[in-house]
Design a protein around this ligand. Structure first.
Ligand code: B12
Ligand code: SF4
Ligand code: SF4
Length: 357
């Protein structure tokens, strides 16, 4: 773990080792030289994708976002209503921001959900450790590296942790295009990746946005069990299984028309990404912490229903599942059980009705 002096003479400790030539390149006044260097550093740190956008206001995107809020598509995610100006203009977050460095972190691991009616499916992003613990230290290391070599510069790191339209920055930085399911898709690795942003007052050369490769496909729109992708490129959180099973408090009942279509999902939902043709060529992540914990990609519903708080806390420490809390998971498991029983019962009652006639 090498230590380097920063502009104030303090010793800074990098959790990653960077070669001297990389430091020299970053210190260069040539924008293209330091752009190549920061991209090399991002990959050395372990990011799979990196792109850069100029920190201009997101005027057109903000207009879409405003309409999304106006239509109520944010459901009761109240934080989405706040800070519209910060979402539009990063200058209001970090004055002097010149570039937005966007990184992608592949979380695909080559496992599937075993077909099992008695278990609830966990969405892929939550099989391993929480990305909120994995990505920020890496982004901060990248920011520290810039600060150490460009004295006087500042940075702010985000991954799902602030009022930023991360997907729109990723689109601008050429990381990928926004698919009709609204996630960002990269031509090489598909859409199973997280996003992270580093705002920097240092200027780097911007990448160009890439074309939309959805074409005439609308597999995700058609496959969504609850019709949440409406219209294409827009998700109505009020109808999204991911919203209901992750984001809502346990005391809120899942509406009947959503609960009836949960399709076995206990935490999150991957249907729109599972059907996407661009995810057929996915490549496994090098990050072992994204491997399914204990090999599990689903949880037996009975086990969830009977789980004690102490067991939940111990088993899901550092896992994305802790967001739903034990009571939230138990609410989801109960909804899955209830609708499975109703479904199993329904044909029987129809048959009985037939006999009477
Ligand atoms: C709120 C939120 C949710 C909400 C709302 C989802 C949504 N689509 O916005 C809920 C809880 C439902 C959710 C679910 C999921 N999420 Co989420 N979520 C977020 C969060 C915090 C904010 C997203 C946001 O700003 N939404 C507001 C809307 C308005 O933004 P938007 O989708 O970009 O909308 C634009 C389009 O509609 C566009 N538009 C409108 N018309 C048109 C027309 C055309 C042609 C085009 C191109 C665009 C377009 O304009 C809008 C604004 O500019 C971000 C992190 C962040 N800070 O950005 C993570 C984030 C988007 N989520 C992520 C993930 C992984 C998920 C899930 C896959 C998790 C899961 N498996 O259950 C699901 C996917 C569901 C889905 N299909 O979207 C990742 C996505 C990574 C990627 N590769 O894109 C993010 C970026 C987190 C991260 N740091 O990695 N999420
Ligand atoms: S995550 Fe599931 S419910 Fe939400 S839009 Fe995608 S397919 Fe539909
Ligand atoms: S399933 Fe088809 S329409 Fe949906 S995001 Fe993928 S390519 Fe685009």
């Amino acid at each position: 773990m090498p230590a380097r002096p920063d502009s104030s003479g303090r010793r800074r400790v990098f959790p990653f080792e960077f070669k001297a030539d990389l430091h020299r390149a970053l210190a260069s006044d040539e924008v293209s030289t330091r752009t190549q260097a920061i991209k090399r550093a991002a990959r050395a740190i372990g990011f799979d994708l990196v792109g850069i956008a100029d920190a201009v206001p997101l005027d057109a995107e903000s207009e879409h976002y405003r309409r999304w809020i106006e239509r109520g598509h944010h459901a009761d995610l109240e934080y989405m209503r706040r800070n519209a100006e910060k979402r539009r203009d990063v200058e209001t977050i970090l004055p002097g921001t010149a570039s937005v460095i966007v990184v992608g972190c592949n979380y695909f691991t080559p496992h599937r959900h075993a077909p099992n009616e008695d278990a609830g499916k966990i969405s892929r992003y939550a099989w391993g450790d929480d990305y909120h613990d994995i990505i920020p230290p890496r982004l901060n290391a990248l920011g520290e590296l810039i600060s150490a070599n460009r004295p006087g510069s500042s940075y702010r790191a985000y991954t799902d942790t602030g009022p930023l339209l991360e997907k729109q920055w990723a689109r601008r930085a050429g990381i990928g295009w926004q698919g009709k399911h609204s996630n960002i898709i990269n031509r090489e690795i598909g859409s199973w990746f997280f996003l992270g942003l580093l705002l920097s007052t240092e200027h780097f050369s911007a990448d160009r946005p890439i074309a939309d490769y959805c074409g005439t496909c609308s597999a995700c729109v058609e496959a969504c069990p609850t019709g949440a992708i409406e219209p294409a490129y827009n998700v109505d959180a009020r109808r999204c299984i991911s919203y209901w099973t992750i984001e809502t408090k346990a005391d809120r009942e899942i509406p009947e028309d959503i609960a009836a279509q949960l399709d076995g999902w206990l935490f999150g939902c991957d249907v729109c990404q599972d059907v996407c043709p661009w995810n057929r060529f996915e490549s496994p992540s090098d990050e072992t912490r994204f491997q399914p914990r204990g090999g599990a990609s689903s949880l037996p519903l009975e086990e969830v229903a009977a789980m004690e708080q102490s067991r939940f806390s111990q088993r899901f420490r550092g896992s994305p599942l802790k967001r739903a809390k034990l009571a939230g998971l138990q609410r989801n498991a109960a909804a899955l059980n209830e609708w499975r029983e109703l479904r199993d019962y329904a044909p029987q009652t129809r048959d009985e009705g037939g006999k009477k006639d």
